[in-house]
Structure formats: C-alpha cells, structure tokens
Design a protein around this ligand. Structure first.
Ligand SMILES: Nc1ncnc2c1ncn2[C@@H]1O[C@H](COP(=O)(O)OP(=O)(O)OP(=O)(O)O)[C@@H](O)[C@H]1O
Length: 574
C-alpha cells in the first residue's frame, strides 16, 4: 500500500533561508495538483500520485481512536480531492447487508459524514490557500505596477533630459555652422580683396615698368635731341664761320673790284690823255705829217696798244663780269646759307621747344612716377594690412576649426551617450513590455467587464428602476452587481463593473493597457456583447466628434497614433 498523500506533502523544513521559495513551491505544486491530481510530479519521483479518495477511504486505518492523522507541525491532516473524487463521494450510496440494521447503517452514515467533513475541510483549506495566493499575487502585481510606473517616470525624465541635450546640441551645431560660414565668407572676402590688391599691385608695377620704359625712351630722346642740338650748334658755328669767310671773300672781291675800277679809271684817264695827245698830235698832223706817219705808226701802235688795251679792258671786263657772277653766286650762296641758317635757327628753336616739351613731359612723367611710387607704397601698405588681416582671419579660422573639432568631439561623445541611452531606453522598453505583459497576465488573459448604462426615459416606463444594485462589501465593490427579479437577488461577479456614472474615459483607462499591449506586439481582442440597446455602440464608438463621449475605438486610435508619434521621435520607423 502506497504511503498516504499527506505524508508525501509534509511541510518543507522551516529554514529561514528558503522559506520564501518553499512557500512559492507549495503554492505552485498545489495549483498543479488541483488541476490534475493524477499527473506525475517531481515530489513523487515521477510516479502517479495516489487517488485522494483512497486517502479518505484509508483514513479510518490511519486515524485510530486518538484522532485524525496529523502532518508535521500541524494538527489536522491535509487531504487532496479531485473533482471526480468529490463527485464520486457525493454520488456514493450507502449499501447495507441488512436493510433494517440501523446500527450498521448509522456507522456507515457517520463514516460517510466524516469523509464529507474531510472534503469540506479540504475545500475550506483550498479556499484559504486561494485567498492567500490572491493576496500575494495582488501585492506582486502592485509592486510590479509600482516598478513599472517608476520606470516610466524615470524613462520620461531621461527622455526629456536627452531631448533637451539634443536640442541644445542642435542649437550649438547651428551656431557653429553659422559662425563657420561667416568666417568662410570673411576669409573669401579677404582673399578677394587680397587678389584684387595683388592685381592692382601687378597693374601698378606694370604701369611703373611702362612709365620707366617711357622715361628711359624720353631720356634717350632727350639725349639724342641734345646731341642733335649740339650737332646743330656745331653746324651753326661752322656755317657762321663759313659766312664770315664768305663775307671776307666778298669784301676781298669788292676790294679787287674797286682796284679794277680804279685801274679802269686810270686806263680811261690814260685813254683821255691819249686822246688829248691824239688831238694835239692831230693839230700837229699837218705839221707833223712826217710826224704823222710816224705819228700814224705811233697811232697804229697806239691803236694797237689801244686795241690791246681794249682787249685787255674786255678781258678785264670779262674778268669783272666773272667776278660779278662769282660775287652774285657767292651772294646767292650766302642767301641760301642764310636761309639754311634761318632754317637751322628755326630747327634749333623747334628743337629747343621740343626739348622744353620733353623736359616738361619728363617732369610730368617724373611726377606721375612719384605719384605711382606713392600709390605703390600705399598699395604695399594695404597689401601688408590685407596680409595681416588674412593671417588674422586664418588664425581665427584655425581657432574656429579647432573649436569646431572640439565641438565635433563633444557631439560625438554625446552621440555615443545618446546611443547608450537609446540602447538603455530600448532595454527599458523591453523590460517595460515584459512587465506590462506580466501585469496583464496576472490580471488575467481573459477579462470580462460589465458596464451598466444609465436608465433611459423609456426604461422607466415599467417602473423597474431599482433592478440593479451594486454591492459595497470590500470584496465585491467594483466587481459585482446584484440583480433583483421577482423578489430574488442574483449576484454576478466580473473583473470590473462600471457603474452608470462611469465615463468613457474611465472605461478606456482599463482598456488602454490592452492597447499598449497590442502596440508592444501582443495579440489583443476587445469585443462588446449584450442585448439590443444595452450600450455596445455607445461604449465602442460613442460620439467621435465629442471629446468626452468618444468611445473606445476613437480613443484607441488616438493612443495608437500618439504612441506612433512619440516612438517616431525616438527613432522608430514603420
Ligand atoms: N453609458 C451610457 N451613458 C449614456 N447613454 C448611454 C450609455 N450607454 C448607452 N446609452 C444610450 O443608450 C442607447 C442605446 O445604446 P446603443 O445604441 O449603444 O446600444 P447597442 O447595444 O449598440 O444597441 P444595438 O445592439 O441595437 O445596436 C443610445 O441612445 C445610447 O446613447
């Protein structure tokens, strides 16, 4: 015969270290055995447990006159009953050998009563266990809810903190980017001005080079003009010398002409004297015929002399003419030379004017050169200033760049922190889902709510206004309703009962957790049933336009979309 069940289920050692686990185990074990007493368990080493009824049947053997068997640390034995056992016990019929043997009948009856009592006791114990289990589950549920709420609050605070940090960082990034852009534009402006100044400097240098070349050319022109002037002066001097020599020659020729004229006068005087002599001679002609012949001869000779003298005069005249021609030619040459001299003088004047012009131009060019060099100096100063500015802007750009790099590092660190925080959030979210699901499982996977709608005007026609009442006992409050019919009261218990005063929001508060569960990825079904006009449509749909009267479906959709938006802000995607 197998040992009785209560011996196997003796209370576990009451060591303080494992008392909690022992209690939990007992609870779980009991639950499992109540559900299916014939299932083999670890406690029985895999063997099927003995039938509870047989324990009860065996009770007289185990419980002698001293009383019922007791478990360790307890006076009353613990028996276990299955449904079938109870039903069998209830259906049992007393069989006596002799119908009229009342003693035997009485014994059997008392035995039967004892077993019934044991069964009732077992029921009571079971109920007590259930109550304690329910209380412990409630406390567990409350602590889990508390934890969940705390976790949610923490998460929200952390999320807000992170959002503010992200906003600040975004602002800093924007400011830095703006600063960077400004610096870049200032740098490009400085570069532009630098390039412009460089171009201006190049142009000025080119201008200076061209001006210096022009100056050189003008100096060369000047020197060539000077040389020309010198040569012209020399030529002028030579011409003056030539002129003086020509004047001297002219005066010489004139003196020669005067002497020739004097000679001619003398010759004419001699001729006149000869003619006088001839007349005297003619007077003496007669007298002097002889003398005439001689005189003729002398005359002939004189004629001859005269002819020779006339020839000589002609020759002298030709010479004179020649001399005159020469003189005219010389005069013409002098005139030409004078004209040339005048031209030369004009030329010299022009050259002098040109020289003056050239000097003026050279002076102007020197002045422009000076102004150009001043401009070049100014431009060089500007250039050095621009270079300094460029260096400064380079320095500031470098500083900004280092600042930017530092900010980048900070942003990188913050991004890492953000990523860590996000992973923590995700983990927290997972934990929250798990806890939420555990809570819902603890609350019960299938829950039935009852909503009592307020009485409508047509409902009061029959005068049965107070059919429904709500019990106010601690246990039944909010979970039960009592219906009165024909003077009889019928109680009904649900997971939750909503009174007519309950608003749509109150109903949705209970449902929203299931919606959250659906959002967490669990399958959820909510449906309403009831008789016509009981308020199903009102509860489920209500008036979607009214914020107060909208039903569960609009509110659920709102929650879904709100959650979607908040999750989107956290980086979740559809
Ligand atoms: N909690 C409530 N508060 C106020 N009025 C309600 C409530 N519940 C229902 N009503 C009103 O009761 C009437 C009937 O409700 P409803 O139409 O929702 O019933 P129903 O169960 O959907 O009916 P049916 O099955 O015929 O569609 C409506 O006029 C509705 O406004």
């Amino acid at each position: 015969m197998a040992p009785p069940r209560n011996q196997n289920r003796a209370p576990l050692p009451s060591s303080p270290s494992n008392s909690k686990y022992a209690t939990d185990e007992v609870t779980v074990d009991k639950k499992r055995k109540i559900a299916n007493p014939r299932m083999p368990t670890a406690a029985t080493g895999g063997r099927p447990t003995r039938q509870a009824l047989s324990v009860v049947n065996a009770a007289p053997d185990l419980a002698p006159a001293s009383g019922p068997p007791s478990t360790a640390g307890s006076d009353s034995p613990v028996f276990e009953f299955a449904k079938e056992d109870v039903e069998a016990l209830l259906a049992e019929k007393l069989k006596t050998k002799n119908k009229f043997n009342t003693k035997e009948k009485c014994d059997l009856m008392s035995e039967y009563i004892r077993r019934l009592k044991l069964c009732v006791k077992w029921f009571q114990q079971l109920e007590e266990n259930n109550v304690t289990q329910q209380a412990s589950l409630k406390s567990l549920l409350e602590s889990a809810e508390k934890k969940c709420n705390e976790m949610e609050v923490l998460m929200k605070a952390k999320e807000e903190e992170l959002n503010s940090i992200i906003m600040e960082l975004r602002k800093t990034i924007d400011a830095l980017q703006e600063k960077c852009a400004k610096e870049e534009s200032a740098k490009s402006e400085a570069m532009d001005s630098f390039s412009r100044e460089k171009e201006a400097r190049d142009a000025a240098e080119k201008l200076q080079a061209s001006v210096s070349e022009e100056l050189k050319r003008s100096q060369q022109d000047n020197s060539s003009a000077n040389q020309k002037i010198q040569s012209l002066n020399e030529m002028y001097k030579r011409l003056q010398e030539y002129n003086t020599s020509l004047q001297q020659y002219n005066s010489k020729l004139q003196s020669e002409l005067a002497s020739t004229n004097e000679t001619l006068k003398r010759v004419e005087k001699e001729k006149a004297a000869v003619f006088e002599n001839l007349s005297t001679l003619r007077g003496h002609y007669t007298s002097l015929q002889e003398q005439l012949s001689s005189s003729r001869a002398v005359q002939d000779e004189a004629v001859k002399q005269k002819e020779s003298l006339a020839n000589e005069v002609g020759c002298l005249r030709g010479d004179l003419q020649k001399m005159r021609d020469d003189r005219d030619q010389q005069l013409y040459q002098v005139q030409v030379l004078n004209a040339e001299l005048l031209k030369c003088k004009e030329c010299t004047g022009k050259s002098v004017a040109e020289l003056e012009n050239m000097t003026v131009r050279a002076n102007e060019l020197e002045a422009s050169c000076l102004s150009q060099s001043e401009q070049i100096n100014r431009l060089q100063e500007k250039l050095t200033f621009a270079e300094k500015r460029l260096e400064m802007s380079d320095m500031s750009a470098l500083e900004t760049r280092t600042g930017y790099e530092e900010q980048k590092k900070i942003i990188f660190d913050l991004h890492q922190r953000l990523a860590d925080a996000e992973t923590k959030v995700v983990e927290g979210e997972k934990l929250r889902k798990k806890l939420h699901n555990t809570i819902l499982e603890l609350k019960g996977n299938i829950r039935v709510f009852c909503r009592v709608r307020p009485l409508l005007s047509e409902d009061c026609v029959g005068g049965e206004a107070n059919v429904i009442s709500f019990p106010t006992s601690m246990e039944a409050q909010g979970r039960s309703i009592d219906l009165a019919q024909n003077g009889q009261k019928h109680s009904f218990t649900f997971d939750k009962v909503f009174t007519p005063e309950a608003s749509q929001q109150d109903v949705f508060v209970e449902i929203s957790q299931l919606v959250q569960s659906a959002l967490d990825g669990y399958k959820v079904c909510i449906f309403a049933y009831g008789q016509t006009g009981s308020g199903k449509t009102h509860t489920m749909m209500g008036n979607p336009e009214s914020s107060e009267n909208k039903g569960l479906i609009p509110r659920t959709l709102e929650q879904v979309f709100e959650t979607r938006q908040s999750l989107q802000a956290q980086g979740w995607k559809l």
